[in-house]
Every structure is written in C-alpha cells, then in structure tokens.
Design a protein around this ligand. Structure first.
Ligand code: ATP
Length: 365
C-alpha cells in the first residue's frame, strides 16, 4: 500500500516553559507500494515522531497521512491496518511465543482455528515455528525480535512500521537480522518503514532512504544515489563509513583550491535555480575515502599518521591541517604498492569529489 505524507508537521509545546519543539516540519513524501524505506537521521531529528504519526499513536499538529487515496489522519491506530515493532519488542513476558503472536487476532476476535493457522504462517515466515511453546525469556534477542515481527505481520498489515528494531542486538546478529528483515519484506511485499540512526543499516537494506535533520527532510532517494549525490554537507557527512573527508577550499583563477593546491578546474555559474559559483568563494571540498588514488605525482600530499589494516582494505589515517576534521581517511586495498609511513601523495577521482558553499553548505557540484 502506498503511503503519502502531506505537509506533515508535529509541534510539541511545553506550556510551563513556554517553549515548543518542531519535531517534524512540513514533511512531504510519497512511499511507493511494497518498498522498504529507511527513515534516517541523528538522534532527535524526528524519525520516531514521524513513525508514530503514521501509526496513529501521535496526532499531527497539521498535515495529512494517506494510505493509497484514503486519508487516515484521524483514524485510530487499530483501524489503520498497521503492524508495528518497537525497539524493545514489547512482548508479553508471561505468554508463550504462540500466544504473543495470536494476541492481535484474539483482540480482533478472529475464530480460533483460523487464528491458529495465521499465527503458524507468520511464525514460519520469520522461521520460529519450532519455538512456539517457549516464553520470551527463553529466547535470544534475535528470536524475540522475530516474534515481534511475526506478531506485527499476523494480521496482514497494510504497512509495517519498525522503530530501531535492531538496536538491542549485538553486531553480528544485527547484520544477520537486517538481512532477515529484507527477506521477510520481499516475501510479504508489505510496505515497510524502518527507523534507524545507523546509516549503514539503512543503506544496506532500504529501497529508498529518507534523511532527516531537526525535523526537516533533507533528501530522499535510492541509497547509492543519495551517497553519490548528496544535496548538502549534512547528508554528505551523515552517509558513509569511513566518513567523507571535508577540506576548506576556495574558488579562484577558474579552479578549486585546497590551500595552495589547485585540484581541478571549474566554470563559474550565475544562475537562479542553482547555487552560484564565483571567484573568491569559500567552499568545502568533500572527498570520499575511495576518491583518493595513491600517485607519486598526486596533487595532494598527506603525512601518514597511522594505518588501520582491515583485511582487504587499509585505511590511511592522516593529519591534515586544511581538513575540517583533524584526520583524513582514505581507503586503499591492501595489495596497493604504497609507502607505509612518511608522506603520501594522492590524486583525486573527480567524480568522488563534492563541492559545497561554505556559508549555506549547499551542494555546488
Ligand atoms: P531518537 O533516535 O533519539 O529516538 P528521533 O529522531 O526518533 O530520535 P524523536 O523522538 O522523533 O526523534 O524526537 C524529535 C524531537 O521531538 C526531539 O527534539 C524530542 O526531544 C522532541 N520530542 C519527542 N517527543 C516529545 C514529547 N512527547 N514532548 C516533547 N518533545 C518531544
């Protein structure tokens, strides 16, 4: 089912302190049917509030929510046909797995036989059908999470909402479980909205990601497109591990400079629809770690501070005075013939180089 958010806004007011927080500010998104969407952003950016409004657990201050063409903004949660998995799973500890999964069907007075069949089907999708008689305390974190998903799926929801569903799992289980979520979503075809602050998690399984900051949507798109083509410095910084390297730079003499190094030519621009590019403009140059090419005649010289050897890849960590962060990170594969200490020269892959206006932080190129 398609989900459309139209000018969705939530303002929390604290009457005592006479203050207000714009948790979600004029959010407009169309979430296509049958896709997995990652709602992504740092803590406090409004991800959970958005999810709770879609679920009907929180009332928008203004704006509308549509499931297909139906306006559900004023519908109570139980009439929306959603399945929800909370961060802490919220399983009933005194009930068996089977009872937990059956609970939404019993509440909806589905006949017993039919309910049992549905519960078993849901358990099979998440592969816990052999655990039906156990209590939650007898399950691992990953298994509990599956029970929570089965319980959310059992009523064939129109939309599945997952609030940081992996945050209680250890690193290895997180990797496994995020693949599981993708598989379950593909198998069921249910439109799924998934909240996380972990960009890698969101990028790895989402069909589309929505990046938010302080309640405002920054960008929506396919993960790779947003990574390659961020609209501003915030999005560029937020996506990528190791993170993008940011240098202070300047446009002068028809070129992009980092310090005294001219790293590329650029055409000036004076248009209405795109940010201007002009002589003397202060900029940030963003270079992805994979944008550095080791080259003895390269334009950029860095002092190797230390290397982090990670099997196939080596991360070169270097202090660079023109970087906005104290270190520069680049990645080379461990077979590269390169110096392991002292100075290293790089050339830069132009397509991995992003330019931002230093004042507005908007993307220039
Ligand atoms: P996290 O990843 O930490 O859960 P989030 O991106 O999900 O963060 P929200 O929980 O949606 O963020 O919160 C967005 C903003 O709204 C925050 O500034 C938060 O403090 C504020 N907020 C959330 N719920 C309430 C509330 N019930 N009353 C007042 N302010 C709230």
């Amino acid at each position: 089912m398609k989900v459309v958010l139209e000018h969705l806004t939530k303002i929390f007011t604290n009457k005592k302190q006479k203050s207000e927080v714009r948790a979600v500010d004029d959010l407009n998104i169309e979430i296509p049917d049958g896709k997995l969407i990652g709602l992504l952003g740092p803590s406090g950016c409004g991800k959970s509030t958005t999810l709770y409004m879609i679920a009907g657990l929180q009332e928008p201050t203004s704006g509308h929510i549509f499931f297909e063409d139906a306006d559900v903004t004023d519908l109570p949660p139980e009439k929306r046909g959603i399945g929800m998995v909370f961060q802490n799973y919220a399983l009933f500890p005194h009930m068996t797995v089977a009872k937990n999964i059956l609970f939404p069907l019993e509440s909806a007075r589905v006949p017993k036989k039919e309910a049992a069949v549905k519960a078993f089907e849901a358990a099979k999708i998440v592969q816990i059908e052999n655990l039906m008689d156990r209590k939650p305390s007898e399950l691992s974190g990953g298994q509990q999470q599956r029970v929570a998903i089965a319980r959310a799926l059992v009523k064939n929801p129109n939309v599945l909402l997952l609030d940081e569903p992996l945050s209680n799992l250890d690193a290895r289980l997180r990797l496994q479980t995020r693949e599981e979520i993708k598989r379950i979503q593909r198998e069921t075809g249910v439109t799924t909205i998934f909240v996380t602050h972990d960009q890698e998690e969101a990028m790895s399984i989402s069909d589309y990601i929505v990046v938010m900051k302080l309640g405002v949507m920054q960008q929506v798109g396919k993960p790779q497109d947003v990574y390659d083509d961020p609209v501003n410095l915030f999005v560029a910084n937020f996506l990528g591990t190791p993170p993008i390297n940011i240098f202070k730079g300047e446009i002068k003499n028809g070129g992009v400079y980092i310090g005294e190094e001219r790293i590329m030519d650029i055409a000036y621009r004076d248009t209405e629809d795109k940010p201007k590019i002009y002589e003397g403009q202060n900029i940030y140059v963003g270079i992805r770690p994979e944008g550095f090419l080791v080259d003895p005649n390269g334009v950029l010289t860095c002092h190797i501070d230390h290397l982090e050897v990670m099997g196939r890849d080596i991360s070169i960590v270097s202090k660079h005075e023109l970087s906005t962060k104290p270190t520069v990170r680049s990645i080379v594969d461990s077979l590269t013939d390169m110096p392991r200490e002292g100075e290293i020269k790089f050339n830069l892959r132009p397509q991995k180089m992003l330019l931002f206006d230093a004042e507005t932080e908007e993307r220039l190129k």
